[in-house]
Design a protein around this ligand. Structure first.
Ligand SMILES: *[C@@H]1O[C@H](CO)[C@@H](O)[C@H](O)[C@H]1NC(C)=O
Ligand SMILES: *[C@@H]1O[C@H](CO)[C@@H](O)[C@H](O)[C@H]1NC(C)=O
Ligand SMILES: *[C@@H]1O[C@H](CO)[C@@H](O)[C@H](O)[C@H]1NC(C)=O
Ligand SMILES: [Zn+2]
Length: 971
């Protein structure tokens, strides 16, 4: 939500009243010298209650209006909000009185504003920053959501915000504090990342009302969050839950849009109210102080921009902040499933674009910056969450789509440069198809022969079932050496062909298997064959499909039954829905289910009744079940020959609403495992967190909403185990979803929601998405893996590999070849990194076919490879496994930085904090005293780069990420 400026006029007054804080005697200090940081804070008096007034503005990077509408202040009928005026007026206010201070958070807006200022103003703002009067807090591109975001994207957009800040405002603009005052809940991983950015602490606004109540009662609203048992002390973060969310004390909002009376201290004025108002304020401070452990309290002096328009909000402020027993903010874990997938693919393609920019030596590209910034916007807590208005969601999609187009140009140029055997030859076109997920691609379906090139951004070789839409009747696929690859043609199911908006003639998919090397590409030459007797692809007359490990069949109810052959494990997968609560939100009990809130009516689970049909297709590469469940739910279930996973490729929509019922569709995996109320979900795609049904670790739970209150964000993975039988099932997803285990042995994931009422948290619209004139159709996939849990390294590796193959997929590039034959093509282009044979140019070692010089240890990967500044490169290496969770893979790994790439020579290396904005040796975090009876953390033992004997070795411990800025020479 959008907040406005609060003038600091009252600061002095408040300060004196409450006994401490900011004092005026520091006037002389404002000769120009760098006094940013804690040094610029006013002295506190340990004997008194110190009230810290923090003027701030909460500027959403899109919500009810688009990013640009908020910046420029247009569409003011929707919301009166214009960030350019806010920053202008803050600067003016700071200029007028050197005792004034302000904090600013969202770098996306600050940067937009900065670019439009002249040098005089810029200099002035730099001075405010250097004096610690304008302090940057948070400082990422946006204030990211914490539930539905992937850690790679959180790191990326924070890094980019920090970089802009350092470039424009200098080192005093380096944020030291996290400011997550509006996201709808808080993840452990976010705290861990903040600690690794070198932050000293963070403030949070919204937390579960029961949690908050208890913390205020017990004075535990300030706590040291131990955010990673693998990283120990390195991931500890001092965290503070704010008393009044991010609002000022009730009655003390002084913006032009607030109606609170100003303080009138003129003794002559008949309206003089100073004594009464001061007494009120003091009382408020004392009430707040009762809930905190020290005699320092913070008052957030900023408020919601539109709150005058919706005056009811103000009256209900407490309810909004603490939420209520019927409003679990767990709907947004799934809201807008296609935007969530687009965002995830955005990260996938952004990483590929960055890597290929580096590998092809395109170090300077405004297109790449556009892409990074668009992804930064997508992380915002009203973007990827799906809690924005429909027109704003469309604008986010437009922004990201234009970035995909920039990415396509960069990637095509990079691949063309790298593949050409003769560097002087003209560039070829390598096209991307963004609609492969609905089996549509103009470059393959309208040309007879084409080349498909895949680039693998992962640091391990990946097994791929390459799938391209076609409309011919027979094809031959040749690999690098001209050998023919085993292929299979499968029909595109009718339920995919009828996707609204799909404009494609392809009726089949050509599938073949290939192992693509790490950080490498491989091309395949596809020839359309003319055959005389065209035969339709016929379903197999079998009652089940199988591989060595399990069989898949369909039961009477139209549910999918998976039976493992070598263990007593069985899973039944089915579809269900909750009926979304209707309501007018006039009382807690009338709260509607909506974009934020998940509130099923009467907790009833409705089964989807089976009215469809199914077919099996078998072949040498994959066996498929095409199952139509009813007229809006269907799926393809895939069984690959040598894979442990079962792939569920679901299609949901248009969800019917003609009976005026909103529906929330979920799928359930019901196993025969005894899970004792326990299951595990990931935190931002990184570490796993143990969950227990109807339980919270820090307070005694009472649930008025038994289902919604048990929903957790599943960004990448959910699993449960049977410790007696030593088996587990895991489901990995391709976008963020809400999930839970309501019954032992069962996992459920929410797929799609279509609702007819607003839930009254401000968005003012029902979550009723349509596209192409129909209710929105979403297609996505789940990978189900059943395992024995004895071999923890094996299980961890299998699941991690699957997670990477969903998040960092190889990118498909298509080149229609016209009359160019295979022989001609391979005479012009390398078909795999380092596969020479056609000219003397060496790109790398033959055996790897990769830009990596050596195989990486299985527990390490390259998290970031990105063009940085002045020709340098930003490199991050990540240990992929948690301590004690993955057997031998949890052990530390050693990497020689000088021996990483085949075509890039590393000249010098400097390590930074995780955000890339501070040299590691300069990081000094505040130390916090922990209650003496707590277990000691694994201390943070920083092991610097070991430079010896021509090597530069680094050690990565479990879950560690290390960040480097390197200077290089492309060879
Ligand atoms: C589909 O085929 C028809 C007939 O050949 C053609 O006119 C049309 O452009 C094709 N559509 C696409 C999307 O390729
Ligand atoms: C079946 O399980 C046994 C014992 O757990 C194991 O040794 C064997 O390799 C498994 N076979 C297959 C095909 O997985
Ligand atoms: C921050 O910017 C300053 C000034 O340009 C530069 O000297 C410094 O190296 C930058 N810090 C980092 C960590 O890049
Ligand atoms: Zn907000």
């Amino acid at each position: 939500m959008f907040k406005r400026v609060l003038y600091l006029l009252l600061l002095l007054l408040y300060t004196l009243l409450c006994g401490a804080g900011i004092s005026r005697d520091s006037q002389q200090r404002y000769s120009y010298s760098k006094t940013c940081g804690y040094e610029s804070c006013n002295k506190i008096d340990p004997k008194k209650l110190n009230v810290h007034l923090v003027p701030h503005s909460h500027d959403d990077v899109g919500w009810l209006k688009t990013v640009d509408q908020y910046y420029y202040g247009s569409r003011s009928l929707i919301q009166k909000a214009g960030v350019q005026y806010i920053i202008d007026s803050v600067v003016e206010a700071l200029r007028r009185d050197p005792a004034r201070k302000f904090i600013y958070v969202e770098t996306a807006f600050l940067w937009k504003w900065w670019q439009r200022q002249d040098e005089k103003i810029r200099q002035e703002v730099r001075q405010f920053v250097n004096e610690g009067r304008l302090e940057i807090i948070g400082g990422a591109w946006s204030m990211n959501d914490e539930a539905t975001t992937h850690y790679q994207s959180i790191i990326d957009h924070s890094t980019w915000g920090f970089r802009r800040l350092n470039d424009t405002l200098g080192e005093c603009a380096r944020p030291k504090i996290g400011w997550q005052i509006d996201p709808f809940g808080h993840s452990r991983e976010q705290a861990s990342l903040f600690a690794q950015f070198g932050f000293d602490g963070m403030f949070i606004g919204r937390l579960d009302y029961q949690d908050k109540y208890k913390r205020l009662k017990d004075k535990t609203a300030e706590f040291l969050w131990k955010a990673s048992s693998s990283l120990g002390e390195k991931a500890n973060l001092f965290s503070v839950a704010l008393f009044n969310n991010y609002s000022p004390p009730p009655g003390f909002c002084f913006d032009v849009l607030c109606s609170d009376d100003p303080l009138i201290d003129d003794p002559e004025s008949p309206d003089n109210n100073i004594e009464a108002r001061v007494a009120l304020f003091l009382a408020y401070c004392q009430v707040q102080a009762k809930s905190y452990n020290t005699n320092n309290i913070i008052l957030t002096m900023g408020e919601d921009f539109n709150y005058q328009n919706a005056n009811m909000w103000f009256l209900n402020l407490d309810k909004l902040i603490s939420s209520d027993p019927h409003a679990f903010w767990t709907g947004f874990f799934t809201s807008r499933p296609t935007l969530k997938f687009f965002e995830r693919m955005g990260n996938n393609f952004l990483q590929i674009t960055k890597q290929l920019s580096v590998l092809s030596n395109q170090m300077d590209s405004s297109g790449l910056i556009h892409f990074k910034e668009a992804m930064g916007v997508m992380q915002h807590h009203d973007a990827v969450t799906g809690t924005e208005k429909q027109h704003v969601a469309e604008d986010y999609a437009r922004l990201l789509y234009s970035s995909f187009n920039y990415g396509t140009k960069i990637v095509s140029k990079a691949i063309s440069r790298m593949l050409k055997i003769n560097p002087q030859a003209p560039d070829a076109e390598f096209h991307s198809c963004f609609l492969l997920n609905i089996s549509s691609c103009v470059f393959t379906e309208s040309s007879g022969n084409f080349v498909v090139t895949l680039y693998n951004p992962a640091s391990q070789s990946m097994s791929n079932y390459i799938r391209v839409p076609v409309n011919g009747n027979a094809y031959k696929v040749s690999d690098t050496f001209g050998s023919e690859i085993v292929t299979q043609l499968l029909p595109v199911p009718q339920f995919v062909r009828q996707t609204p908006g799909r404009n494609s003639n392809s009726t089949k998919e050509l599938v073949f298997f290939a192992e693509i090397p790490p950080l490498g590409y491989q091309s395949f030459y596809v020839t359309e064959l003319t055959i005389n007797a065209v035969e339709e692809i016929k379903p197999a007359s079998v009652s089940a499909i199988e591989n060595d490990l399990y069989t898949v069949s369909v039961n009477q109810a139209g549910n999918v039954v998976v039976k493992w052959k070598n263990m007593t494990l069985q899973v039944i997968q089915s579809f269900h829905y909750y009926e979304g609560m209707k309501g007018n939100n006039t009382a807690f009990a009338y709260r509607a289910s909506g974009a934020y809130i998940f509130r099923p009516k009467e907790s009833n689970v409705y089964d989807i009744s089976y009215s469809g049909n199914y077919k099996f297709y078998t072949g040498p590469v994959v066996n498929e079940l095409h199952l139509t469940v009813n007229n809006y739910i269907s799926q393809v279930v895939r069984v690959y020959r040598a894979e442990q996973k079962v792939e569920f490729d679901w299609v949901v929509g248009p969800i019917p609403i003609d009976d005026s019922i909103g529906r929330e569709i979920f799928t359930k995996y019901k196993s025969n495992l005894q899970s004792d109320g326990t299951f595990y979900t990931d935190s931002n795609g990184r570490e796993m967190i143990k969950r227990r049904r109807n339980y919270r670790p820090t307070w005694n739970l009472t649930l008025e909403e038994p289902i919604a209150g048990n929903y957790y964000p599943v960004t990448a993975k959910i699993y449960l185990e049977d410790v007696r039988e030593k088996m587990r099932i895991s489901v990995l997803n391709d976008r963020a979803q809400g999930g839970t285990s309501m019954v032992d042995g069962e996992l459920e994931l929410m797929l799609h929601r279509r609702l007819l009422n607003d839930d009254a948290f401000g968005v003012g619209e029902a979550l009723n998405e349509t596209a192409f004139g129909y209710g929105l159709v979403a297609r996505g996939s789940h990978s189900l893996i059943g395992s024995r849990i004895g071999d923890s390294a094996g299980v961890a590796l299998r699941e991690k590999t699957e997670a990477i193959s969903l998040a960092l997929r190889p990118w498909y590039l298509f080149t229609p070849v016209g009359g160019v034959t295979f022989e001609q093509w391979k005479g012009r282009y390398y078909m795999k990194v380092g596969i020479e044979g056609f000219s003397g140019r060496k790109l790398g070692r033959k055996k790897l076919g990769s830009f990596l010089k050596n195989k990486f240890p299985k527990n390490v990967h390259i998290l970031t490879l990105e063009p940085w500044k002045d020709g340098t490169i930003l490199l991050r290496l990540e240990h992929l496994f948690e301590k004690d969770q993955a057997g031998s893979l949890s052990q530390s790994a050693t990497i020689n930085l000088l021996d990483l790439f085949t075509n890039i020579e590393i000249i010098s290396v400097r390590e930074t904090t995780l955000g890339g904005n501070q040299w590691i040796e300069e990081m000094k975090r505040l130390q916090w005293q922990i209650d003496s009876n707590e277990v000691d953390d694994q201390p943070y033992n920083f092991i610097p780069i070991n430079r010896r004997g021509g090597a530069m070795e680094i050690v990565l411990n479990a879950m560690e990420i290390r960040t480097f800025i390197i200077t290089v020479r492309h060879t």
